[in-house]
Each structure stands twice: as C-alpha cells, then as structure tokens.
Ligand binder design. Sequence first.
Ligand code: UD1
Length: 417
Amino acid sequence: MAIWHISGGKRLEGACFVQGSKNAALPILAASVLTPAVTELINVPRLSDVDASLRILRQLGCVAEQRDNDVYIDSSAVTSCEIPREMMETMRSSVLFMGALLARCGEVRLTRPGGCKLGERPVDMHLSALEALGAEVEEDGCTIVCRANRLCGSVINLPYPSVGATENTMIAACAAEGTTTITGAAREPEIVDLQEYLRKLGAYISGAGTSKITICGFAAERHVGHRVMPDRIAASTFLCAAAAAGGDIELRGVDPSQFSPVRHFLNAAGCDIISGKRSVRLTSDGKLSSPGRIVTEPYPGFPTDAQPLLMAALLRASGKTVFSETVFDKRFAHTAELARFGADITVNGREAQLWGVRSLFGAVASATDLRGGAAAVIAALSAEGESMIIDGGHIVRGYENLDGRLRSLGADIYMEI
Ligand code: UD1
C-alpha cells in the first residue's frame, strides 16, 4: 500500500510533459489481439493498469513487453481465449478483450471486470452489441462465455453512449462480414484514437468522434506502429492542482481542445488560461470563486473523471458550487475524504453542494478510487500543513510518476511504497 506524504501551501511553477492516455492505451492493447500482427506503440504510460493488460496479453499467448513508454506486442500466436478471474478483476478495461478475442478465436471465456467502485457498472450493452453481431452469450454466475462461428455486420443502436461498449463493438465488428453501423456511439477522443489504430491494423472504419461509426471489415496488416494520444484527464489534474494551490504552469504535449470544459470552468473560477496547439498555460493566485453549476456528461460535456479533480480545486472558491453527476450513480465517495481537509460539502443523491471555505488544513485521507485519490492529492497541495494520503494502489493505476511530475513543479510531495 502506497502512502503519499504532502506538505501543502506551495505554489506550483514550471513546465511539464503530460503522459500518454491510459484510457486510449487500454482499448488499443486489447484490440492488438484482433489479428496476427506486430504492434509497436509509443507514448504508453507506465501504469499498473497497463501492466495488467500486458499480463493478460501474455496469458493469451502473445509476446507483450513495455520498455519506458514503448510497448511491443506480437499477437501471431494466440493460444488461449480465456482470461482468469484474478486478471479480470484488476480493472474494468479487461472487458475490452471480449470483442477482440471473440473476433479472433470465435470464443471468449471471462468473468465480470473489476475497476473503480463508482456504483453499478453493468456490461449489458457490451453483451447485447456482441449478440447483435451474431454471438451467443452464456452467463453462469460470474462467468461469461461468448461464442460465434462467424460475426455478421449489423445496425447497433446503443441506448447510452457507453465508452467501453462503443470500443468493444468497434473492435469485434472489424471481423464481421458486411457492414456494421453503431448509432448512439460515444464520441470521446480516445475512441478516435482507437479508430486510428484499427485503421492501421487494416480496418475499414469511419465516423469515430461522431455518434455514428461505420465498420466494413478489414484487410489485415502485419506490422502496426501507433503513438497513443495525450492524457486529457492527467492534464486536467495538473491544471486543477495549480488552480487550487496557486501557480503558473505550462503543460506540454497536450491537445487543449480535448479538455475544453475543464479549461472553461477553471477560467470561470478566476484562472488565466492560455492555450496553444500542443500546450496550455494556467496562472492562478489560488483565490478562486465558484463557477456555478457543473454537470458531468458524455463527451463533449464535462467529463465525470474530472469531477473529483475540479471539486478539489474549488474547495476554497468563494460561494456555492453544485456538482451534478449524471454518468455514474455513486461517484461522490471522495467528498468524505475532502471533508477531512476542512471542506464543506453536502451530498444529496447525484448532486453535491460545495461551499467554499477560507482555508484547508493538512489531514490523513484515503484514496477512494483513482480520480478520488488524485482529488485528495490536490486538496493536500492547497492545504496548510502536512497530509498523508493512504492509497490502496488506486493512483498508480492511472498516473505515471505523479509525485515526480508535481515535485518538478515545486510541490513538496513523495510517495512511500
Ligand atoms: C470509461 C472510462 C472511465 C470514464 C467512463 C465515462 C476507460 C478505460 N474508462 O469507462 O474512465 O469514467 O468511460 O466517461 O476508458 N453502462 C451500462 N451498461 C453497459 C456499459 C455502461 O449501464 O454495458 C453505464 C455505466 O454503468 C455508467 C455509464 O454507462 O453509468 C458510462 O459507462 P461507460 O461509458 O461504459 O464507462 P467505461 O467504458 O466503463
């Protein structure tokens, strides 16, 4: 178990590069088993979720290695279509292997995935989409088995723009005969990145980034290279940290258009933000005021993953801020931890009301989940005095060298393992 030690109240200053995107890398790693090919990825963050995906790939018979931010996968010989329960339970994204393995082997056997506890996280849309492509799905307790002699193109209308269900369907549909149309698709930038990768793999696919994606099979390539997009939630984390603690930071290697809603609310709260094509600079004197009401929504709305981060940034913002969480039914566990720093937050169902306080004080808090843990780090950076964040391994699932990057900006933080 990691413990984060933070001495708060220091301004953040300087420039840092932002890691590659976790949520783009994980579906691409799963998609790499779709065809017998060599995939070389760059800009892959070093994270425990990436390690878990590479372990799954090796379990399936692939060669899968990471050196620094480069990943090499050879999926010529897939020898198993089964993912053991302990591997499935390490993270939610393990479910993305379902579409890829079904397409490659005609069968996949796995269990329900793990991941952050943000309320109910069913996989019904994933399964219905695979059934629409011709798969037979059997569920026996926790075990899910999908089988299909051949997959057939279909029109799939997702009742909600689920990111994972869109990705699983895109991947499986590449191996279907005929044309598949996904309507009601999620529009996140990570889905556009997956489309780029699938195209390099030889897929005829278009429409990612809109709510209608069309897939018409593929002509397999043997060797694929791809650069993973930058992590817009990690970028948002640094912006929120500097907004809360005060500072002047520049983030490099990012695409600011991918986190416009976060920039919008930080700007409305009183931060100066200058965006370039591949960089963003934020200046804050740490004296913020409420930007009003924030409603989480699928992309291009305000991202649910940034809700805990922005909340932590606004704990001292004058006035009342309301957060309305529409994506997950239980995503306020971090509020009890933020209260330990002196925050004034009341939760009522899917809504949290935050009244800005004059100052925060150092505290011992827990990382409730990945972004909840990052929110506690942000609160500690803007609190007076010493804090400890007790982390059961959540933060390292999604952040590469978070303490080192924050130290390079002047924060007094270190992670004890
Ligand atoms: C992805 C992201 C996660 C982000 C989330 C929403 C990755 C690896 N993770 O998760 O960081 O918080 O998108 O932006 O990319 N749902 C169903 N049935 C399903 C699938 C989803 O009811 O079959 C519901 C979920 O319970 C949730 C909502 O749809 O309430 C959104 O989930 P989804 O978009 O699927 O999120 P993930 O892909 O799991």
